[in-house]
Design a protein around this ligand. Sequence first.
Ligand SMILES: [Zn+2]
Ligand SMILES: [Zn+2]
Length: 259
Amino acid sequence: MNESLRCPYCRSELPRQSLEVASCLRCSTRHHKHCVAAHGACTILGCEARVVLLGGKRFNLDELAGQLDLGAIPFRVHDGLPEQEPRFLRVEDAIDDSGKGGRARVELVLKQSSVKRGQRVRGSVIVNTPKALIVQRAGLSLETRVETQLASTHSRRATRRKTKVIQREVVFAGQRRGNAGARLVDGVYKMLGKASDRLMTIPAGRREYPFSFHIDLAFAASVHHSHGGEEDHVETELTARVVIPFGQDLTDRQALTIL
Ligand SMILES: [Zn+2]
Ligand SMILES: [Zn+2]
């Protein structure tokens, strides 16, 4: 069993360097230091201790969160192999422009529409709002789908099969879905605005949140090919989403070609 080699928060492998790994003072569970700091407590149900050991020293998690570069936010694994990248989204300071926006909307802008494996994807999530916007969370998700289309020999109808092979989600502000224990992180609050309990406010105007993440060499390359009535596609898409309580989410999507 190599269960203990995975971080229970992001499910990706734990590195050997002990300075990246924090162990819970109460139950000894190991997490990436960024993951346990982002979560704010040990993720083990019933433990939820807020003190960890890192490099032989005790750290209160608030203290640790303050020291870490919380611009690195872990991606959650929903589908696919945990060790597949991306693991961390790096978010830079938001760029504010108080100019009046039109209707509230979110825009996902990528610096490049294709990226070579082993390189970083860079882009921005831009939120435009004419007045202060109360939101639950803002995040980015990445999905890779395999689509095959087989021409049937018996009829002209083609059989289409779509499978999600990789799904990653990162919430860079606000609460994670389905986890009441999740906590807002101070460093992350600042990026989107002030937080009050579970909701937060994005100020009026245009805010740009620059981000980047790494695409591993093992990541699935984009494929588009057809032969003899058969078609194969492997497609990766990014979605930026701002969740509005009792309202319609603001979303924008961009296709990303992986070379
Ligand atoms: Zn982790
Ligand atoms: Zn614990």
